[in-house]
Write a protein of this length. Structure first.
Ligand SMILES: Nc1ncnc2c1ncn2[C@@H]1O[C@H](COP(=O)(O)OP(=O)(O)OP(=O)(O)O)[C@@H](O)[C@H]1O
Ligand SMILES: [Mg+2]
Length: 441
């Protein structure tokens, strides 16, 4: 999948399309969905959202997916992807896995920041290359929104880690030698340190970004919703309320849960108890997941073993997903109509294409008489330059939603600020939003 970077990528070391003699200004928002398996990005400006294509640096198909890995050769030169001359210890992947733990180390943030810096430099070069004519001589004011899991804002520590990642990535991307980065991975950005030409950087829950297209679509409804995202690293399950206060979209989170039950977890589970040297073929964690018999044939693992491990995995999936709905019903939003009419549930992420996850979700007992209404996310109305259909859109929905300024994304109320829905007289807490502001009356 490696592609020698094209010449125009060197331009990305700059933040401006034209260096001097600016006339007018344009705000550009970069939406960055840094994934365990694949990174996706989009840029938003002048009321349009353009998904970034990675063909200038990768042969990955479809071209809006970029494997989250880079190469650092012994001479210090850096490349997105796996350089053909690289030894295995010069390839850096599993960059996002450490972020599942809020206590992610500085060295893990630093390693991931190298990848983010290479990506940001590519994104700016891509804007200049593909959209330079629309920008003319305008002064560019950049904003960067990076996605976090649904529980990302529940922990200040994790939110800080994502901030440091985005900001360090920006700072290091400002280097014009295309095989080098500015500074070093061990010098993380510090709170308060200014960043050239970056007017704002924010950490936003991925599902809120995904909801942006739905919120502006005719399908939009108020009330209880759920989103289940099956990524490479994590299964992210969240229930939330869609609501408006003073005409502003508001998303009180009810129950956000993130578990290491993404597709990498599914593969690890299949290989549990299997000796690595007993495999006839290494497993590619980026490739689409194979059904049990195909996986067994390809790897030499006994089919009965794969089938029984999958059954355990499926039971665990159902257990954690069910618990989110049970807690939502018993403590967070007892009186929602959705317990009668069905719960509008968006089902997204690369793993959602694998039957085991879909079946687990569809056959699961949930505390709603009409079950779950699985729905695809409607594409954002401002989407431009994307040739894929509604199913392909699911993969870039996080990045597209993030490519909008914070106000357009709506007001986010993390679960820790939403009181339980218990039948008790609530005590007044001035720091929390009023419950009437969070639930439909
Ligand atoms: N057609 C498919 N069938 C089955 N599995 C697929 C298919 N396409 C992708 N996948 C799986 O989906 C995974 C990637 O999904 P996705 O891009 O949503 O993950 P991510 O965003 O990188 O991870 P995370 O959100 O956990 O950080 C791949 O690793 C692959 O195993
Ligand atoms: Mg993802």
């Amino acid at each position: 999948m490696f592609r020698q970077p094209e010449g125009w990528i060197a331009r990305g070391g700059w933040t401006q399309c034209v260096e001097a003699g600016h006339s007018g200004a344009v705000d550009i928002v970069i939406g960055l969905d840094f994934g365990t398996s694949y990174t996706k990005a989009a840029v938003g400006f002048r009321d349009k959202i353009f998904p970034v294509t990675w063909d200038g640096v990768s042969k990955c198909e479809p071209n809006y997916l970029l494997p989250s890995e880079y190469t650092e050769l012994r001479d210090g030169s850096l490349f997105i992807g796996q350089h053909p001359n690289a030894r295995s210890d010069e390839i850096r992947n599993d960059l996002k896995l450490p972020f599942i733990n809020p206590a992610v180390s500085r060295s893990s943030i630093g390693a991931a920041s190298t990848f983010i810096a290479l990506v940001l430099r590519y994104v700016r070069a891509w804007v200049f290359h593909h959209h330079g004519d629309k920008l003319g001589r305008a002064h560019l004011r950049w904003q960067l929104n990076i996605g976090a899991p649904s529980n990302g804002l529940e922990s200040t520590q994790l939110a800080r880690a994502y901030h440091a990642l985005a900001a360090t990535g920006w700072r290091r991307s400002l280097e014009t030698n295309p095989q080098r980065l500015a500074g070093s991975a061990s010098e993380l950005w510090q709170e308060g340190e200014a960043l050239p030409d970056l007017v704002d950087h924010q950490v936003r829950p991925e599902f809120v970004a995904q909801m942006a297209g739905y919120m502006q679509s005719p399908q939009r409804q108020r009330g209880l919703h759920a989103l289940v995202d099956v990524g490479g690293g994590t299964l992210d399950v969240v229930t939330f309320n869609v609501h408006q206060v003073d005409e502003e979209d508001t998303f009180p989170f009810l129950v956000p849960q993130v578990h290491a039950l993404g597709t990498h977890g599914l593969i690890q589970n299949r290989l549990l108890g299997v000796e690595a040297d007993g495999l006839t073929r290494a497993v590619d964690e980026l490739a689409p997941i194979d059904a049990a018999p195909v996986f067994a044939r390809a790897t030499g693992v006994a089919e009965a073993h794969v089938v029984s491990r999958d059954a355990l995995f499926r039971a665990e999936l159902q257990r954690v997903i069910k618990s989110v709905f049970d807690i939502t019903k018993s403590r967070r939003y007892r009186l929602s109509d959705a317990w009668r009419t069905g719960i509008r549930t968006f089902f997204t992420g690369g793993g959602a294409l694998f039957d085991l996850y879909r079946e687990a979700l569809k056959t699961m007992p949930v505390p709603s008489t009409q079950g779950l209404h699985l729905m695809p996310l409607p594409p954002h109305k401002n989407l431009d330059g994307f040739t894929g259909g509604v199913h392909e859109y699911q993969r870039i929905s996080v990045a597209c939603g993030l490519a909008q300024d914070a106000f357009t994304l709506g007001r986010i109320v993390p679960a820790k600020e939403v009181e339980d829905d218990r039948p008790v007289v609530p005590t007044y807490r001035s720091s929390r939003p009023d419950r009437d502001d969070l639930y439909p009356k």
